[in-house]
Design a protein around this ligand. Sequence first.
Ligand code: EPU
Length: 351
Amino acid sequence: MPSSYNLQPMKNLISLFHDVSLQKLNTFGIAAQATHFLPVVELAQLTAIRNDLSLTKLPRLILGGGSNLVLSDQIDALVLQMCLQGKKMLSEDTEFYYVQAAAGENWHDFVMWTLHQGWSGLENLSLIPGTIGAAPVQNIGAYGVEIQDVFHQLEAFDFETGEVVVMDKAACSFAYRDSVFKQHLRDRMVILNVTFALPKLWQAKLAYADVAKWLEQAKILQPDAKDVSDAIIAIRQAKLPDPRVIGNVGSFFKNPVVSALQRYSLLERYPGLVSYLQTDGKFKLAAGWLIEQAGWKGRNLGAAGVYEKQALVLVNRGNATGAEVRALAQQIRADVLSKFGVELDIEPNFF
Ligand code: EPU
């Protein structure tokens, strides 16, 4: 459905930058160079790009926080850094507050802001790096909550038609670390803003043992959303490297899902196998455990390495190139496949 945005093209809005270093704009810290670069601060710029034939010919990379991205050294493309700002409550009904944020807003700052306003629902997703616009792309998730659980709708610019479309949850086809924006709409849609439905009747989601244990140790018996957020922040800080200190993109692989039969035969050979029953009777395996058992935890290949506290996270040991990260990921996949017969899917996007 077209929205009320003004879509008039304005040519002077597209003054490009050239040969721009992206090293500080990707959390892995890869020293990539972009041939063409444009910070997007208003929608009219996207319309202007679409109306410029020389620019529509170029491959496009939409950049949010750069926290789920592995870059090559040379990016011969038009890099659009989404800088749209703004957040507000749109409306409410008996069940939900509908809260909207623009694509360029920082995810964690937005979560903190909602909690400060007294709106709960995003607390389990505290401290995830990246931006609002990137969050639906891979359906970010942590500690029992995925963005699809709190998602209402989003607005996106459609490069094919030049219109702004409103997409509801069904249109986004969310799945585990996946959505249409990682699949067939990948090069077509640019997310402009996201609206969340935050429940008025809130219940803490404490299914993850780590979270319940942290709250118990802190002697918090009836946690509110801020307490849950504090727990998640502490757990993440203990397990995951801070990208400002050690370059990384969070989990590098998805947790693989296998049949009950395959899980059973693996369990016979490896009694320590970590697995979780899914609603469809299949089992999700802890990829971090598989990688650790394959001997990769704490090891390096060139300047890329496997984090010593969480084997699912690949890290930059200093000046790693995209090619080195790719080589390490391929070696890990090959070793896990030969030891366990399980294929690991890579989580971040490569460009
Ligand atoms: N484990 C090991 N060795 C390791 C790492 C993990 O044995 O080196 C085992 C442990 O038994 C642990 C289990 O794996 O209990 C699960 O580990 P963890 O709780 O750290 O979670 P994860 O499955 O490795 C997933 C998400 C994370 C999310 C956490 C918590 C994926 C790909 N990753 O990791 O998401 O924060 O659960 O919900 O699903 C991200 O996507 O970037 C991310 C960090």
